[in-house]
Design a protein around this ligand. Structure first.
Ligand SMILES: C[S@@+](CC[C@H](N)C(=O)[O-])C[C@H]1O[C@@H](n2cnc3c(N)ncnc32)[C@H](O)[C@@H]1O
Length: 506
């Protein structure tokens, strides 16, 4: 037979079977939802003897054996459960597989996506799926309401605001996905959190992402930022503050922004606006925004790609359909489309890190030189230059030629900024006046210690009449400039007399 004819016949044969996927595509979802609702994977997992017979499962989940048998037959066929002989070989029983364990609603192990199945199979989400044609046939100016709005009369976030149960369903779905993906992000981006003191998770939902990040990077303080109705039900976590607000207005100031699965909910115009607010929230030059999203590949199907890559791409394309059904303007983006929104938002540059998953991390660097409007100090200690801001500390090591996080032992140095009082650097030591005492900073333990032995000097003066007004590194010696008032300072009404005392550092 001619090669092209054979190919056509093969295609016909394949299509005659494939078409049934579209007739009963929902059956997979529905049967999985049934197993999750009844907690069948849990019933099998928790049963003392394995494999578990149909009678044992139906007893555990209070199900009709005949219906349960049909559900199990379907799910075994689809590879969700396994059917194997019982130990005595007289009957058959069921065991879990890695796939059915991912359908355990009670498991929060970073693998289960059961809450996501329940979200996608919720009546609120199913109905808009059936109206895709209305958005596709809508003219470019979008005169028809988006599918979700046309079903519910409002968008997804407004419905979540009105309906606390639906709000919980969304938040649970987001949380289980976060448990799956954020540890991968943390592993791939460890270096990006070095030297970062504050992170805002924009659209952070109930705080699952920050729960993972503050555990992995204990030096950061997290701000979980979302709409007020989400923040109301957010987790209370050590090291994380929940902040209600609207990312279209502004994003709280921080060293780095984390934004996962938010930008794909919005069209380019909104996306650029959110990105601009994220950019404004982080400091110039060093500020960065970590975006966790999909990048639709431009590879054509004819190219040889690994099976896993092909499956990941299929998920990305399904997600894009989800964006069309459930958001007004959202979409999954190609790299070219990301490039466009990032450039429009004014980021200087970006890089992409692969996490071998559906999503990847796009790191956008603010990188501009806007005016430095924050309170900061620069000091040179040993071979490094330190920049201290209230919120953060950065060190520049000329040998390495880059900005570094400050070592653990340098944690208290921001005290220079937090309190009034003069300070000065002498070689590798920082001296600071505070509350009538002179303190020095011990880099090795990150603590401020009182300079001992100055009592005699101090008591020669009437304490309420003097004030240290400057500390000077005078050729390696510490010069304390005192202001001494003839009158007690709190009743000062005459011009002060300035007197200097020289003091050897040792
Ligand atoms: C798809 S969810 C992603 C949640 C979370 N980042 C995650 O990946 O698990 C989008 C989040 O954006 C939040 N959101 C929507 N509009 C917002 C707004 N105007 N300001 C702040 N957050 C918003 C939603 O409440 C929701 O928690």
């Amino acid at each position: 037979m001619e090669e092209s004819k054979k190919h056509l016949l093969d295609e016909e044969a394949k299509a005659s079977l494939d078409i049934w996927r579209y007739v009963f595509g929902f059956a997979d979802m529905a049967a999985a939802k049934c197993a999750i609702d009844l907690k069948i994977p849990e019933a099998i997992e928790n049963h003392p003897s394995q494999p578990v017979t149909l009678a044992e499962i139906s007893g555990a989940v209070s199900a009709s054996p005949s219906h349960l048998h049909r559900i199990m037959r379907f799910l075994v066929h689809q590879g969700v459960f396994k059917e194997v002989p019982t130990k005595d070989g007289l009957a058959t029983g069921y065991t879990n597989t890695p796939l059915s364990r991912r359908m355990m609603i009670t498991k929060r192990d970073g693998k289960s996506l059961a809450p996501f199945v329940l979200f996608e199979t919720s009546p609120e989400l199913i109905a808009p799926w059936l109206r895709l044609s209305s958005v596709v046939s809508s003219p470019a100016n979008g005169s028809h309401p988006p599918p979700f709005d046309s079903v519910h009369g409002q968008d997804l976030w407004a419905l979540a605001d009105d309906n606390p149960c639906f709000n919980d369903v969304i938040n649970e779905a987001m949380a289980c996905h976060t448990r799956l993906v954020v540890p991968r992000v943390a592993a791939a981006c460890h270096d990006l959190f070095e030297g970062v003191a504050t992170v805002v998770d924009v659209g952070g939902s109930t705080g699952e992402t920050l729960a993972i990040l503050v555990k992995e990077f204990p030096w950061i303080k997290g701000f979980n930022f979302d709409l007020p109705h989400v923040i109301e039900v957010a987790q209370v976590l050590d090291g994380v503050e929940n902040v209600g607000g609207d990312m279209f207005d502004s994003v709280p100031k921080c060293d780095a922004v984390f934004v996962k699965w938010v930008l794909h909910d919005w069209g380019d115009k909104d996306c650029i606006r959110i990105l601009k607010n994220c950019k404004e929230a982080v400091p110039p030059n060093i500020g960065k925004v970590l975006i966790v999203e999909s990048i639709i590949r431009d590879q054509k199907k004819t190219m040889i790609v690994k099976d896993r890559d092909e499956k990941l791409e299929q998920v990305r394309l399904m997600l894009d359909m989800g964006m069309m059904a459930h958001t007004s303007t959202g979409k999954e983006r190609t790299l070219k489309e990301w490039d466009f929104v990032l450039n429009e938002a004014g980021f200087a540059r970006y890089e992409v890190r692969d996490i071998d998953d559906v999503q990847c991390v796009i790191i956008a660097y603010r990188g501009d030189d806007d005016e430095f409007d924050c309170k900061f100090e620069v000091l040179v200690l040993g071979s490094r230059i330190y920049v201290i801001k209230e919120a953060n500390k950065y060190a520049y090591d000329p040998k390495e030629g880059r900005w570094l996080l400050l070592e653990m032992g340098f944690t208290g140095i921001e005290w220079i900024l937090e309190t009034s009082g003069v300070w000065c650097v002498l070689d590798n030591l920082v001296f600071k006046e505070f509350g009538d005492d002179l303190w020095w900073y011990d880099v090795s333990c990150g603590k401020w210690l009182i300079v001992e032995g100055l009592e005699a000097l101090r008591y020669t003066k009437v304490s309420c009449r003097y004030r240290m007004i400057q500390l000077v590194n005078y050729g390696g010696k510490l010069v304390i400039v005192w202001l001494v008032s003839p009158e007690p300072l709190y009743r000062r009404n005459k011009p002060p007399v300035i007197q200097e005392d020289l003091l050897c550092r040792d």
